[in-house]
Design a protein around this ligand. Structure first.
Ligand code: ADP
Ligand code: MG
Length: 729
C-alpha cells in the first residue's frame, strides 16, 4: 500500500522555496495605487461629481443619477488604464466570506460594433442572482431577489484585474442579507449619540468615528501535507492527531525569527495589500509553532472590516503561490494555541481626538471617563449578545484554552483605572457637592488619571474584553470571522448608553446642577450599575466561572443556548429601536447561526467517520497483521520459549483491538445520532440535538484514534502527524 504521508514528506523535503523578489520601491510610492481614492477621484471626476462623492462619504447624502453616470465613467477610465476588463459588486453575505459576480465592461452596440461601458445605474445597484446565500428565511424562492447597493464610504479597488465596488446586500423587501448594511447603520447611530456627548466637552465636534484595528492570527501549513489531511481540507482543522512531544512549551516561537519561506510569503501578500491601501504595520511569529500574526494601523470601522476581509482573501491566494495553505480556523490543532482576531476599538472625534485616551487635562479626563464608563456599561448590559455574536463551532473550540479568553464575558481595565472608578464611586455624593468636594474630585481623581501607555497596561491575556491604554480590545473574536457581527452590537450598545447618559445628565442640568457635577453624578450611577462586569483576576479559574454566574454575567456553556441571546427581548429592543436590525432580521440571523453551526458540525462528523472507518481502522488492522505474523514466526522458531518474547506484541494487539472496537462502535452510534437529529424538522431543535448528541462523539472518537497513533508503526500511519504539520515549513 502506498503511504501518502511519506510521499508528502518527500515532496516537502524536495521543495524549492518560492522566491519573491518584490519591488525595491518604498511602500509610500505605491501604497493604495489600486484604490479609487480621493486623489484619483479628483483626477478622473468632474469637480461637481467629486463634491457629490465626498459629501456622500462624509455626510451620508445620496448621489443623483447624473453624477452617478459621471462617477461610473471616471471609475471605468481609471480601471481600464490599468488593464481591467470586468467589474463586480463586492459584498459580505452571511456566510462569513465575501462574494462577487464579475461582469464585463464590454457591450455590443446596435450597429454591430462593440464598446466598453459602465453606467451609473450599474454602479449604484445590481440584482445578482444570489438565491443560494443564507437568508435565514428572509427570502422565499419565489421572491429570491437580492440587491447589491453601492457603499461610497469604502472606495472601489482593483483586485485580480477586476474593478471591485463595495456594496451592501439587501432583499427585495429591503431586509439586510449581509453584515455591512447593519454595520453602517450602527456606525451612524454611534456617530449621532457620541457627537452629542462629545459636544459637552467641545462644542465644535460634528462627527465621531469608530476606529478599528484588527489583529489577524493564522497558521500556515505546507501544501503537500495539507493535501493528505482530508480533515484540514474539508473542515479547516485537524480532527485527530496526537500531541507532538514538543509544541509551544519552550516558548521559543513567539516573536522568534520568521522562517525564510514564510517571510517570502508575508512580503508578497503585504506588497499586494499595500497596493490595495491596506495599512499593514506589524508581522510576527505567534505563540504556537507555524502560527503568525499581522496587524494594520487602525482605520474607520467600516473600512477596517472591508480591509480585513480583503486581506484574508489576498493571503489565501498568495499562500497558494508559495505552496502553503493558510488556516484561519480558530482551533486547527488541539492543545495548541488557537487563533483570534483581536478587535481593537475606540472612538475618535472629527477633531482627531481619541475619546478613549486619558491624560492630557482634567477636562480631557472627564471626557475620557465618560466614554470609558459608557462603554463598560454597554458591555455589561449586552455582554451576552456580544458573546453570542462571536460564538460559532470553531471559536467555541478555541475559547477557554491555551491563552484564549474563556467564554465568560468580563472587562479588564487595569489597576490604575480600577482605583479611579472606585474613588469616583466613593467620593461623589448623591447630592450637591461643596466647592471643596469638587476641587478634591477634580484634582485627586479626574486630574490624576495619568496617560496610560499601552505598554504599561497589564497584558491579561485571559480577559475577553480588555482596556489597553487608549482603546478596548475585544479578544474573544475568532480569527476566521467577519468582525462586523460583534462591532455592530458594540457600536449600537455604546450609542444607546451614551444617549441614556446624555438624557440623564441633561435632566440634572435642567435642575440647575452644574454640568461637570451632573456628568460626575451620572457617571457614578453608571459605575454602580455596571461594576460587576469588571474583573482582573484569572479568567480560567473555576471560582471565576461560579462567581461570574453569581454576578449574572454571560457564561457560555452551550453553543446553541448562546445563540438564543439574539432573541431575548432586550437584544431585539436594542437593535430594532436603533434601526440597526429589525426583529425579523435578527431572527433570520439567529436561524443562520444555528444552520451554519449544524452544517459545519455535520461535515466534521462525516469526515471523522470516514477517516476513522476507511483510513485509521484499516491501518491499525494492517499493523496488527504484521504483529500476528511476527508472533507466529517467533512461536515457530522458539516454540514454548517464545513466551516472553511475544508479550509486547500481544499487548499491542490487544490494545489496538480495544481501540478499534471502540472507534467502530462510536462511529456507528454517532451516525445514528446524526440520523435521529436529521429527522427533526425544526432547524433550531436539530442544531440543539447536534450540539447535545453528536458533538461529544468527536472528542471521544478522536481519543481512541490518537491512542492508536501512538501504537501503530510510524511507517504505516497515513496522515501527517502534529510534529510534521507544526514544525515543517
Ligand atoms: P498588541 O499586540 O500590543 O495588541 P498590535 O500592534 O499588534 O498590538 O495591535 C494593536 C492594534 O490596535 C493595531 O491594529 C492598532 O492600529 C490598533 N489601535 C491602536 N490604537 C487604536 C485606536 N485608538 N482605535 C482602534 N484601534 C487602535
Ligand atoms: Mg492585541
Amino acid at each position: 500500500m502506498e503511504n501518502f504521508r511519506f510521499k508528502a514528506l518527500v515532496e516537502l523535503n524536495n521543495r524549492q522555496p518560492v522566491q519573491f523578489e518584490g519591488t525595491d520601491k518604498a511602500v509610500s510610492s505605491y501604497f493604495a495605487e489600486n484604490v479609487f481614492d480621493r486623489d484619483k477621484m479628483r483626477k478622473y471626476l468632474t469637480p461637481e461629481a467629486f463634491e457629490a462623492v465626498v459629501e456622500a462619504i462624509d455626510e451620508g447624502t445620496k448621489i443623483n443619477r447624473k453624477f452617478a453616470d459621471q462617477i461610473a465613467s471616471g471609475m471605468k477610465s481609471w480601471a481600464m488604464e490599468r488593464g481591467v476588463t470586468h467589474y463586480t459588486h463586492w459584498f459580505h453575505p452571511l456566510n462569513e466570506s465575501t462574494a462577487e459576480k464579475h461582469d464585463s465592461f464590454f457591450e455590443l452596440t446596435k450597429s454591430g460594433g462593440c464598446i466598453e461601458k459602465f453606467r451609473g445605474e450599474l454602479l449604484i445597484q445590481q440584482e445578482p442572482d444570489a438565491s443560494s446565500f443564507p437568508s435565514g428565511g428572509l427570502r422565499n424562492t419565489f421572491e429570491a431577489r437580492g440587491y447589491t447597493a453601492w457603499d461610497p464610504s469604502s472606495p472601489a479597488f482593483i483586485h485580480d484585474k477586476t474593478l471591485c465596488i463595495p456594496t451592501v446586500f439587501v432583499s427585495f423587501t429591503g431586509d439586510a442579507l449581509d453584515f455591512k448594511a447593519p454595520l453602517l447603520k450602527s456606525l451612524a447611530a454611534l456617530d449621532k449619540a457620541a457627537t452629542c456627548v462629545a459636544q459637552y466637552f467641545d462644542r465644535d465636534v460634528r462627527h465621531v468615528l469608530s476606529t478599528v484595528g484588527l489583529e489577524q492570527e493564522y497558521f500556515v501549513v505546507d501544501e503537500a501535507l495539507y493535501h493528505v489531511r482530508p480533515d484540514l481540507m474539508m473542515t479547516g482543522r485537524t480532527l485527530m492527531g496526537h500531541e507532538a512531544a514538543r509544541n509551544q512549551q519552550l516558548e521559543d516561537h513567539y516573536f522568534g525569527t520568521i522562517p525564510s519561506r514564510v517571510a517570502a510569503f508575508m512580503r508578497e501578500f503585504e506588497e499586494e495589500a499595500y497596493r490595495l491601501g491596506i495599512p499593514l504595520k506589524t508581522r510576527h511569529n505567534e505563540v504556537a509553532p507555524n502560527q503568525y500574526e499581522c496587524a494594520p494601523n487602525f482605520e474607520e470601522g467600516n473600512l477596517a472590516v472591508d480591509h480585513n476581509l480583503l486581506l484574508m482573501s489576498v493571503m489565501k491566494n498568495v499562500a497558494i503561490k508559495h505552496k502553503l495553505r493558510i488556516l484561519f480556523h480558530e482551533k486547527p490543532y488541539m492543545n495548541v494555541n488557537g487563533s483570534g482576531k483581536h478587535c481593537n476599538w475606540s472612538m475618535m472625534s472629527d477633531k482627531g481626538v481619541n475619546l478613549l485616551s486619558p491624560g492630557k487635562t482634567p477636562r480631557n479626563n472627564l471626557q475620557f471617563l465618560t466614554f470609558f464608563i459608557c462603554t463598560i456599561r454597554a458591555v455589561y448590559e449586552y455582554g451576552g449578545l456580544l458573546m453570542a455574536s462571536i460564538t460559532n463551532l470553531s471559536n467555541y473550540q478555541r475559547l477557554g484554552g491555551s491563552e484564549a479568553p474563556p467564554s465568560i464575558m468580563s472587562v479588564f481595565i487595569g489597576e490604575t483605572l480600577q482605583k479611579a472608578l472606585n474613588s469616583l464611586e466613593e467620593k461623589i455624593p448623591n447630592k450637591k457637592m461643596t466647592p471643596d468636594e469638587k476641587t478634591e474630585l477634580k484634582l485627586d481623581i479626574v486630574g490624576k488619571i495619568p496617560e496610560i501607555m499601552p505598554d504599561t497596561t497589564d497584558r491579561n491575556r485571559t480577559s475577553p474584553f480588555a482596556f489597553s491604554g487608549n482603546r478596548f480590545e475585544f479578544r474573544a473574536v475568532g480569527s476566521g470571522s467577519n468582525c462586523s457581527a460583534p462591532l455592530l452590537i458594540l457600536n449600537t450598545a455604546v450609542a444607546q448608553q451614551l444617549t441614556l447618559f446624555k438624557t440623564e445628565t441633561d435632566k440634572l442640568i435642567d435642575k440647575n446642577v452644574k454640568k461637570d457635577e451632573a456628568i460626575l453624578q451620572v457617571l457614578r450611577s453608571f459605575i454602580v450599575k455596571s461594576k460587576d462586569i469588571l474583573f482582573d483576576g484569572n479568567s480560567y479559574a473555576e471560582e471565576w466561572r461560579k462567581e461570574a454566574a453569581r454576578r449574572g454575567l454571560s457564561v457560555i456553556d452551550s453553543i446553541t443556548s448562546a445563540f438564543k441571546t439574539y432573541l431575548e427581548p432586550k437584544s431585539i429592543a436594542l437593535l430594532s429601536e436603533s434601526g440597526v436590525l429589525s426583529k425579523k432580521e435578527l431572527e433570520s440571523r439567529y436561524e443562520i447561526k444555528n444552520e451554519t453551526f449544524l452544517k459545519k458540525l455535520q461535515i466534521e462528523s462525516r469526515v471523522l467517520g470516514d477517516l476513522a472507518i476507511n483510513h485509521i481502522i484499516p491501518t491499525a488492522i494492517q499493523y496488527q497483521n504484521v504483529l500476528i505474523a511476527n508472533v507466529r514466526g517467533l512461536k515457530e522458531l522458539f516454540g514454548d520459549k517464545a513466551g516472553d518474547m511475544i508479550v509486547p506484541q500481544m499487548l499491542a494487539l490487544e490494545k489496538m483491538s480495544r481501540h478499534i472496537k471502540d472507534i467502530n462502535i462510536k462511529v456507528y452510534q454517532m451516525i445514528d445520532e446524526r440520523k435521529k437529529a436529521n429527522a427533526t424538522e425544526n432547524i433550531i431543535e436539530r442544531a440543539e440535538e447536534y450540539f447535545k448528541n453528536v458533538l461529544p462523539y468527536l472528542d471521544d472518537i478522536r481519543y481512541h484514534i490518537d491512542k492508536l497513533e501512538m501504537i501503530v508503526d510510524d511507517e504505516f500511519w497515513p496522515m501527517p502527524k502534529y510534529r510534521e504539520l507544526l514544525f515543517s515549513h
